[in-house]
Design a binder for this molecule. Structure first.
Ligand code: SAH
Ligand code: SF4
Ligand code: F3S
Length: 467
């Protein structure tokens, strides 16, 4: 099995020196150099893109939000479902035209897709204008890889399967000045049979607690109000460190940091969640009253075939334990419809589970076979149309449940973080539980906490007025 590689800080210093070298090279040509970073997939990828931007800023790039006119385009890709991959290939294809207009443009593809052999091969063969391809494990080497591309003029592929790394000290350019992502661990050990993540992100590895706490302290001091701790399964934080620390302990430590901010975290795997976590959530006043607890299927047989490590009953017990401690917890989840071999009756068990649990929001996915995963090879007799009809039914029922759950808010007042402006000119805010609120108010209030009285609700948002 592959091991974790902790990157020597001197190596990161060397990468920063290479950034300065690239800066000097770029300065030989006139004008401000622009980079466009396009991110697909989950928050982990968003967090990675913030580090790639950190490196790019150090190289002297400013940022643009379009590929047109960009000197460097970086696509940070996601491999979780086929649709995500198709979008990336479509966009890479479209970039051939942009590149014809800007022959100097450097086109880089990184992230989870790039770590798959068949994708790297396709990029090599069918997209000759892609200059640099690298996987998530070597993100810390981006300056070195880019310099190699620039000085050699040749295409660079860094997509071998190397051990997962933990690298500290990479500069970060964050996308938001209120909300911040903090990765607490990387990779995944769970090998759910449908999932590509363990193959492209490597084995689970935790950051040292003092590195995480230092980052949160810095964010709190800088005025960040909403901090999300990230990992594919945060509940197994620390198991690899041998320090006797766990995620509940980490929550308590983060909670003790001075400042007026909320703590969120994603994702919790039910097999490693339990009363110790729920007690810590209830006791820590900064921890937001929300839990994303993916159930994936309401059928114990399907859960076993997915290698999820819990049963329907075990999951429902967790929900009870959680609600005993935090009765008004906002509960969200992920579910897959049409896992290979799922019968109609097993799908009905999923329908009954969402009826029992009454989630505030649910992210619903149709099973998408991923190259090299065990589920790809399972017999899958249910016709596409039936899966699609099941999916629609689930979505529709959940929309009704979400709308009903939102009715509870009407007439009550909640402390909300005003976080931006929507397309309609109204401001957007979030409850501590993470529900989206639209309200009419002065844009000066963005970045402040306000008491908001809820006056209306749809299945996806609340409407409110300032108190
Ligand atoms: N680590 C997280 C999930 C990350 S992926 C967890 O275990 O909860 C986000 C969601 O994508 C998963 O929860 C799952 O519902 C969905 N997903 C992952 N692989 C999929 C596939 N092959 N087909 C359809 N949905 C998938
Ligand atoms: Fe994928 Fe399962 Fe790991 Fe989540 S826990 S990333 S679904 S393998
Ligand atoms: Fe996608 Fe990779 Fe995240 S596959 S969901 S970007 S870990």
């Amino acid at each position: 099995m592959r091991k974790t590689l902790t990157i020597d800080p001197a190596e990161i210093d060397r990468q920063l020196a290479l950034c300065d070298q690239i800066h000097a090279l770029l300065d030989q040509r006139p004008g401000q150099k622009l980079a466009f970073v396009d991110t697909y997939g989950c928050q982990q990828n968003e967090a990675d893109s913030e580090r790639l931007r950190g490196y790019l800023a150090r190289m002297g790039y400013a940022f643009t939000d379009t590929e047109e006119g960009a000197d460097l385009v970086l696509l940070n890709t996601c491999a979780i479902r086929e649709h995500a991959e198709q979008r990336v290939f479509g966009n890479v294809g479209a970039l051939s035209h942009t590149k014809r207009r800007h022959p100097q443009q450097i086109l880089c593809v990184c992230g989870c897709m790039a770590q798959q052999d068949h994708v790297a091969q396709r990029l090599r063969q069918s997209f000759p204008y892609v200059d640099l391809v690298f996987g998530p494990q070597v993100l810390w080497q981006f300056p070195q890889l880019l310099l190699e591309k620039v000085t050699s003029g040749k295409r660079v592929f860094a997509t071998e399967d190397v051990p997962g790394t933990v690298a500290e000290g990479i500069p970060v350019v964050r996308q938001n000045n209120l909300k911040a992502w903090v990765s607490i661990m990387y990779g995944c050990n769970n090998f759910c049979t449908y999932c590509i993540v363990p193959y492209v992100r490597g084995r689970e590895r935790s950051r040292q607690p003092e590195e995480i706490l230092a980052e949160v302290r810095q964010l709190a001091a800088a005025g960040y109000k909403d901090i999300t701790l990230l990992g594919q399964n945060v509940n197994s934080y620390g198991k690899d460190l041998g320090l006797g620390v766990d995620f509940a302990w980490l929550l308590e430590q983060v909670n003790a940091i001075a400042g007026d901010f909320l703590i969120r975290f994603m994702t919790s795997h039910p097999k490693d969640a339990g009363e110790r976590l729920f007690d810590a959530m209830a006791a820590c006043e900064k921890v937001a009253p929300v839990l994303h607890l993916p159930f994936q299927s309401g059928s114990s047989r399907v859960l076993k075939a997915m290698n999820r490590g819990y049963t329907r009953e075990g999951y429902l017990t967790l929900v009870d334990q959680l609600r005993q401690r935090i009765p008004d917890i906002v509960l969200t989840s992920d579910v897959i419809v049409g896992f290979p071999g799922e019968t109609q009756e097993e799908f009905e068990e999923t329908m009954r589970l969402i009826e029992t649990v009454q989630y505030d929001a649910l992210f619903t996915f149709i099973f998408s076979p991923r190259h090299g995963t065990p589920a790809e090879k399972l017999p899958d007799p249910m016709p596409k149309e039936q899966k699609s009809a099941n999916f629609q039914r689930l979505l529709q029922r959940q929309n009704e449940i979400s709308r009903a759950r939102h009715q509870r808010y009407i007439g009550k007042t909640y402390r909300c973080l005003v976080d931006g402006q929507g397309g309609d000119g109204r401001l957007t805010a979030r409850t501590a539980g993470g529900r989206l609120v639209h309200l009419e108010a002065d844009t000066e209030l963005v970045g402040t906490w306000q008491q908001v009285k809820m006056t209306g609700a749809s299945n996806w948002a609340l409407f409110g007025t300032l108190v």
